[in-house]
Design a protein around this ligand. Structure first.
Ligand code: FPP
Length: 240
């Protein structure tokens, strides 16, 4: 833990992949894998918080996931409510703040209700921000941002010359959140799957072989210490 205390990333993003395959391997229905994945959200969120991570963004439901069988979709839509019903008191106790990115209005009303309640009840918390990407797609997010920038130019609030990286970032769902230093994908797949495309421009990528339900706090801490050994140059040169 000693080395872990140094150079802790502010923001870690995770693609929680492999719930379905995990369940299948154990002869269980896919939704059981999602259920165990939900339990692991608690474990990893608490670990990240203890390590001093300031923002943890979790890909919980993508804009593409609606094409899954309707039974699985409705189970996935119940998970935020189940998770918060079970763990919100503990998260509040740890001063964790809940927020979301994605097309919130496109979620079922019951999902919106339980998540909004948690967002509201933790709004004043100053600890780690636990950000759920729900009905999230990066291309959607970028289009949404472009529309908002164009509107601002058309209204006369913004001059075209003033549009730069920083300005554009402020129109994304992740407004006011620093870019992730680390992106993790579990379950041995090497894809980004439309997650935070703008924000991960310079992120360090880690691919874990474990499926999400099996990804342990030790795996998480191991990635943090590997990160601490990586040299980040942001397109520049190593300092002499
Ligand atoms: C991808 O695994 C995972 C998902 C589509 C859902 C992820 C959601 C959770 C882990 C729980 C969310 C919890 C909260 C609190 C919102 P997959 O099913 O695509 O795995 P597979 O590739 O093995 O089929």
């Amino acid at each position: 833990m000693d080395t872990l205390m140094r150079n802790i990333p502010q923001h870690v993003a995770i693609i929680m992949d492999g719930n379905g395959r995990y369940a299948k391997r154990l002869g269980m229905p896919r939704i059981k894998g999602h259920q165990e994945g939900m339990e692991n959200v608690r474990r990893i969120a608490l670990t990240a918080n203890e390590c001093g991570v300031k923002y943890l963004t979790l890909f919980a439901f993508s804009t593409e996931n609606w094409t899954r069988p309707s039974k699985e979709v409705s189970f996935l839509m119940k998970l935020p409510g189940n998770f918060l019903g079970k763990f919100l008191p503990e998260l509040k106790d740890k001063n964790i703040k809940i927020r979301t990115i994605g097309n919130f209005d496109g979620l079922p009303k019951h999902t919106q209700k339980s998540v909004s309640k948690a967002v509201l009840e933790t709004a004043e918390n100053s600890g780690m921000e636990l950000i759920f990407a729900l009905n999230y797609g990066s291309r959607d997010e970028i289009i949404h941002a472009v529309k908002s920038v164009v509107e601002s130019v058309q209204n006369g609030d913004t001059a075209i010359e003033d549009i730069n990286n920083e300005f554009f970032s402020q129109h994304l769902f992740t407004k006011d959140v620093p870019d992730p230093e680390i992106l993790i994908r579990t379950s041995g797949e090497y894809r980004i799957s439309n997650f935070l495309l703008w924000q991960i421009s310079y992120s360090e990528l880690f691919f874990a072989n474990e499926s999400w339900p099996e990804f342990t706090p030790e795996n998480f801490e191991d990635i943090l210490s590997q990160y601490q050994k990586r040299e980040r140059r942001f397109g520049g040169l190593k300092e002499e």
